[in-house]
Write a protein that binds this ligand. Sequence first.
Ligand SMILES: [Zn+2]
Length: 115
Amino acid sequence: MRNNERADHKGAHRAAYERNRKRILITQRVCGICGKPVDRSIKSPNPLAPCIDHIIPISKGGHPSDIENLQLAHWTCNRQKSDKLFKNNEPKEKVILGNRNLPLSRDWTKYRSKL
Ligand SMILES: [Zn+2]
């Protein structure tokens, strides 16, 4: 198992994440990934246990704790989703844009910061 950076489980986002997690467990009824009902009486390690899914994964730039980026999901659906994301991820190389590729849309010699 990968040791992911779980920014939602530490630091400033933790309190917001916990609050939103509880709210989702109370208000949502269906899995955001497969669309089927989630039985909240099922407990992990059952694969149909409820869990909180990041709609846009943190590793893809999704918000770690905003309720807009969180949804109810089955544990197994969440697991399969992240497996897929990792498979898609691996063959690609990161594209690095050098400073020289920035468009010359502005005369920076006349630029003044608003701050
Ligand atoms: Zn599901």
